[in-house]
Write a protein that binds this ligand. Structure first.
Ligand SMILES: [Zn+2]
Length: 153
């Protein structure tokens, strides 16, 4: 990855962390922020955990603001503070499947899901199996995690 690309990724992931601070508090779910950015650098949608309802996930909230089949998604990147979930009890489709169904080719995350609510998060594996590139920027992991300090620290 070029330095310029990395700088851009860090900037959007920081925006996602900022969004995660807007999540209504929860003792049973992570606070996550997500930004969907088009190939030309335009923000297509933003979301955060529990934005729409009590079990809403950030990626779901953001992708839900875009029409199904929006062609801009085919070249977009989803920035999420936490790796997209690979299974969930509250909805038929985990976020990894939503990303795949939306046709998004690239996901950038700050933090891998710790074994707290699910034993092993399969989100990254699902995405990669579907050909989605998953990039992790560990330099922002502490910041993304700090928003969830009440759950993991
Ligand atoms: Zn999710």
């Amino acid at each position: 990855m070029s330095t310029r690309e990395r700088e851009r990724d860090l900037r959007w992931l920081r925006r996602a962390i900022e969004l995660s601070r807007h999540c209504p508090p929860s003792t049973t779910a992570f606070s996550v922020g997500a930004v969907v950015v088009g190939a030309d650098g335009e923000v297509l949608a933003e979301g955060y955990s529990r934005e729409v309802d009590a079990v809403n996930h950030a990626e779901e909230a953001a992708l839900g603001k875009l029409p199904a089949g929006d062609s801009r998604l085919r070249t977009a990147t989803v920035y999420s503070t936490l790796e997209p979930c690979g299974q969930r009890a509250s909805r038929p489709h985990p976020c990894a499947e939503l990303v795949i169904a939306a046709g998004v080719p690239r996901v950038v995350v700050a933090w891998r899901e710790p074994a707290l609510f699910v034993e092993t998060c399969r989100g990254t594996a699902l995405l990669e199996a579907a050909g989605v590139e998953v990039v992790e920027l560990p330099e922002l992991a502490a910041e993304a995690r700090a928003v969830n300090a009440h759950l993991v620290d």
